[in-house]
Design a protein around this ligand. Sequence first.
Ligand code: ZN
Length: 414
Amino acid sequence: MNSWPTVAIPPLGAGFHLPAMRVKATQGESLLAGDDEFKLYVCGITPYDATHLGHAATYLTYDLIHRYLLAQGRRVSFVENITDIDDPLLERAARDEVNWIELAQSQIDLFRSDMTALHILPPKSFVPVTEVIELIVTCVERLLDLGFAYKVGEDIYLDISAFKSTLPMPEDEALLIFAERGGDPALVGKRDPLDALLWRAHRAGEPSWQAPFGEGRPGWHIECTAIALRYLVGEDFLTRKSGSTISLQGGGSDLIFPHHFFSGVQAQALTGEPFAKTYLHTGMMGLDGEKMSKSKGNLVFVSKLLQSGTDAMVIRHALMSSKYSADRMWSNEVLESSKAQVERLRLALAKERVSGVELLINQLIAALANDLDTPNALTILDRWSAAELTGELEGDDSPGVVTRFLDALLGLAL
Ligand code: ZN
């Protein structure tokens, strides 16, 4: 499927050193160094409520990492899926009495335009699950052959026993979260309550595809396993002997378990190697002191903010004003504060000459390299703008260097 239009990145100019970025990995390596080609996989949307600010904050986080790696001169392969076949999408389509394909398409279009407005670099491969069913069938078949999967009635489940010791939390906690996030621990006939669905046999009224093991549709976790391996490791991922580990698996912290756990162990079962070197997760976004969620009906959508005349760069700035890894709050004050800061910044950058550019940029790089500390970077930046606007500084630097840096590294095209 077509990604969204590419975003031009201005050249930084020579003279700036960008050290390897250190992040607070949920699991795996914290220093984003080493890989010749950085293979970045970010779990995409289920297209029925795009794009709320929680989505935007997540995709922005990996965009900032992507931009930083590119500025280091590294090669980045970025792949994102679209979960366009899953229970929540079908349930929403049924509730609203719309065709699920049309609902998905309209939400994907909205997502694309929101990502474009927010200057998120597009993925190299933007892959809807419905376009790769054959690939997923191949993976399920292989898991059956290898003894990692089994049938419960006509459905197929992953056998977790070989990986149970690697659960990211105590088993009783895992069972509770599994039940909350799409799992079926109480289903009779499974070998272990935590075994996850790989293939759901056809039910009346549900879309389905042919497969050698029976008509049906894929489970959620195998979708990402298959897409990440095929598009980042290569077409030969089932036969190659090594090099099957991707650099980074990303998504919101609600994906740590069960989604990233299962997509990871399935990849390991298929390739014999760990799925990702680094797992990195973003915090949840709240609104005015409350959790932002579908059930509360308080989701804030990027498209609505844009329609109301909010500058996309102000939204981007506001999303960067708190730490990516923290659960954080959105409010009108957050937006107003960013609006004022972006205004100051534009005025400072409009000056013919400015001062302290080298120091400023080195401080910004240090903040980004230090676990993507965007709140600190924006504070440093605002202090610089405010000082520039006092009119007391006698600068001799070109503001263009700062403008290009902000565009390239922070995605702020001012
Ligand atoms: Zn995923």
